[in-house]
Ligand binder design. Structure first.
Ligand code: SF4
Length: 326
């Protein structure tokens, strides 16, 4: 005869009324065989509980397994040494930003509202422009009285002549005029006091807004990441992964850099980028961080640093060909 398989037996045993079930329970309790069955079930249950405990103990024994990948807990190697060296290298305050940066472009004797307006205008001019050029343009503007009303009274041509040759000066004339009109109509000639509102002004982005909050309102709302801070942060490995834009760099830096350094790091890096860690040909030989910087000498085109093993065979080959030609 064919044997009943287990599932078919179970299906048959599971059929019955409620009374049948209760009767079955009382019989099982008295029947030694059924007691054995209960024991098997209990043992199975016991094993399951034990597995759970083992699993929990394993997790408790490995609390740091995923810590390096959790947001906010990563930080770059040697960053405190980098910072100390940056402070030493910047101690002389001899970079263009120190004497001609946006924070130096305002008329200190003007009313606070006018000083804040001038700080915003200097930041708008500074985009894609050297500090020396921005500073000179601001001096020309200030000589005409750099206020909301005076700028609105100027023609585009006159404003253009005053700010030339800052980068994208024609576009900036339009941005300055539009933003100044907005300030007149919506903010009583003052500037907004939040990053969100500043970013709604024509020609103002997050980088400008965060720096403006610090310079104009003395509030730290984020790290001001310009081209220098963006470039240097990637060179020295202060971003967890390479970043493509200053805004990405700002967000990455803010995940780990202590808040009380946010303002200082902009000032340190901008001047450092103007004097030593130059965009092209960084002067690594003068840099106190050269021994711990992952990009040390990588940006310099030094033939002596290239691997001779790759070049030598080609050069030999060229020589051999020339000799054969003779
Ligand atoms: S070692 Fe060179 S690349 Fe690195 S921070 Fe210094 S100047 Fe920049």
């Amino acid at each position: 005869m064919p044997r009943k398989n287990k599932s078919s037996v179970s299906a048959v045993e599971n059929k019955g009324t409620t009374n049948d079930t209760e009767q079955s329970k009382s019989i099982k309790a008295e029947d030694p065989d059924n007691v054995k069955s209960e024991s098997v079930l209990d043992l199975s249950k016991f094993k399951f509980e034990k597995k759970s405990r083992v699993k929990i103990e394993f997790e408790n024994d490995s609390p740091t397994k995923d810590v390096p990948d959790k947001k906010g807990l990563w930080e770059p190697a040697n960053w405190k040494d980098f910072l100390v060296n940056l402070r030493i290298m910047r101690a002389n305050n001899d970079a263009p930003v120190d004497s001609m940066g946006c924070h130096m472009c305002m008329d200190e004797n003007a009313p606070p509202k006018v000083i804040r307006y001038q700080s915003l205008i200097s930041l708008m001019l500074s985009s894609q422009t050297k500090d020396q050029v921005t500073f000179a343009a601001m001096e020309r503007l200030r000589s005409k009285g750099l206020t909301v009303d005076n700028v609105l009274a100027m023609s585009d041509e006159e404003l253009g002549q005053l700010i030339y040759p800052v980068g994208f000066w024609k576009t900036k004339v339009k941005y300055i005029k539009k933003t100044t009109q907005t300030l007149k109509e919506q903010y009583d000639g003052d500037i907004p006091d939040s990053v969100e509102k500043l970013c709604k002004l024509t020609g103002v982005g997050p980088k400008m807004a965060h720096i403006c909050m610090k310079v104009a309102w003395n509030k730290v709302t984020g790290i001001g990441v310009d081209t220098h801070v963006h470039r240097i942060s990637n060179r020295i490995g202060w971003v967890k992964k390479p970043t493509a834009t200053p805004e990405e760099t700002r967000k990455s830096l803010q995940t780990w850099l202590p808040f009380d350094l946010w303002s200082e790091v902009n000032h340190l890096m901008v001047g450092f980028g103007q004097t030593i860690c130059l965009p092209v040909g960084p002067m690594c030989h003068e840099c106190l961080n050269r021994d711990i910087c992952p990009s040390s000498d990588k940006g310099r085109k030094s033939p002596s640093k290239k691997s001779p093993t790759k070049k030598s065979p080609k050069r030999r080959k060229v020589k051999e060909i020339k000799q054969e030609d003779r």
